[in-house]
Design a protein around this ligand. Structure first.
Ligand code: SF4
Ligand code: SF4
Length: 379
């Protein structure tokens, strides 16, 4: 194991400010509801973080089995806040594996906010200069201002980019965490004195299926004891996205299967109801998470990495509601709100592999890995 003082400092800067306080009492590993009895976490991660054991931490799937409930931080006699240290390590993992890493480094620093907004604003300015859309008169119909096909083509381009980046990042992370099996968990894969061959790739799809079910149900997150409200807020944000995704599919069916020319749907339309429901769930969930950050000192205020993601989700929900209100009240400001909404949605989706959104990908792979090496905690 190679110690790297610079990496320890980076973890501190990323939010693990109290990691040096740990004196290895192991209380955290005992109280953690996610930690297996054999080779538990987060005690070992705390000492690795103090040493700056970069290679080991970046390839440690255990940090992704943590849901930051902070039960461990509650019980830590030294106030070392292991929950926050693990969150900081996860932020470093995202920065390390996401392709291209320079973009990851830029976007996750406060100064990167300029780049964060500059890219979609430049795209929007170019679009407006090329297509010169005019504000239509009469009833507010967003598709008359910016045709839906243009939005969908942009969506496909962003989707292709995100898939490419996610595939490269996932491959790098998967190779790294599997390289640790023999080093750290070797004794765990012994059966009858023999080293059990871990055929993770052979059963990958099966493990992936069950990991997705776990994520949909949030069954691991539910095992956390103290911060139940974090579970509910997270659950609402997650399902808010899914409901919105289904509503978007409904819009596509209307346009390209049922032959609708516009999506100026009445508020009683089932797809519109679904869309509004998704936005409401997302808004309540993100508002709840924001309030919790302020009101619960156990989890701390969080880092820029946390806030950027929360603020973006909240802004997506708020701008969506503003469009709705302006549209039904007949105000042309709805068109300007629509442009702002598209810019915010771009930042949420196009940067997903670089922001906290990426934890969905890394956590899913860590779940698959845990199942593949028999490290999954049985509830
Ligand atoms: S983080 Fe706290 S509870 Fe965990 S080993 Fe260190 S001192 Fe003990
Ligand atoms: S924050 Fe919760 S899940 Fe994470 S290590 Fe601590 S007790 Fe375990």
């Amino acid at each position: 194991m190679i110690a790297d003082a610079k990496f320890a400092k980076e973890i501190i800067q990323a939010g693990g400010k109290s990691l040096k306080k740990c004196y290895q009492c192991a209380t955290c590993g005992v109280v953690c509801p996610q930690s297996p009895d054999e080779n538990p976490f987060p005690r070992k991660e705390m000492i690795w973080a103090q040493w700056g054991a970069k290679e080991r931490l970046l390839s440690d799937a255990d940090v992704w089995l943590c849901h930051q409930c902070n039960d461990c931080s509650d019980y830590c006699p030294r106030g070392a806040k292991p929950g926050e240290v693990l969150a900081a390590i996860r932020a470093k993992v995202v920065e390390h594996y996401t392709f291209p890493s320079f973009l990851s480094k830029i976007l996750r620093r406060p100064a990167g906010i300029l780049v964060y907004f500059a890219i979609p604003i430049i795209f929007t300015a170019l679009y407006l200069a090329i297509f010169t859309p005019e504000i239509p008169e009469g009833e507010i119909v967003l598709g008359k201002f910016i045709p839906h096909v243009h939005v969908e083509l942009a969506g496909f381009a962003v989707g292709a980019w995100v898939l490419l980046v996610a595939a490269i990042s996932a491959y790098r992370f998967w190779v790294a965490i599997n390289s640790q099996v023999s080093k750290v968990y070797e004794y765990e894969v012994k059966e009858g004195g023999e080293i059990k061959v871990v055929k993770s790739s052979a059963r990958f799809l099966e493990y992936l299926f069950w990991s997705i079910i776990d994520i949909l149900k949030h069954s691991k997150f539910q095992q956390c004891n103290k911060a139940k409200y974090r579970f509910y807020a997270h659950f609402m944000i997650f399902w808010g996205f899914i409901v919105l995704g289904i509503a978007t599919l409904g819009d596509i069916v209307y346009l390209y299967v049922l032959g609708y020319h516009e999506l100026a749907l009445p508020i009683t339309d089932p797809v519109k109801i679904l869309g509004n429901l998704g936005a409401l769930i997302l808004l309540v969930g993100s508002a709840w998470a924001i309030v919790a950050r302020f009101s619960d000192q156990r989890i701390g205020y969080g880092t820029y990495f946390d806030w950027l993601f929360l603020a973006t989700i909240f802004a997506v929900g708020v701008s969506g509601v503003i469009i709705e209100v302006l549209r039904y009240s007949g105000s042309v400001l709805a068109y300007y709100a629509y442009l702002a909404h598209l810019i915010i949605v771009f930042t949420l989706l196009a940067y997903a592999p670089y922001t906290k959104f990426a934890h969905l990908l890394y956590r899913a792979l860590a779940y698959v890995w845990a199942k593949s090496v028999g490290r999954e905690l049985k509830s």
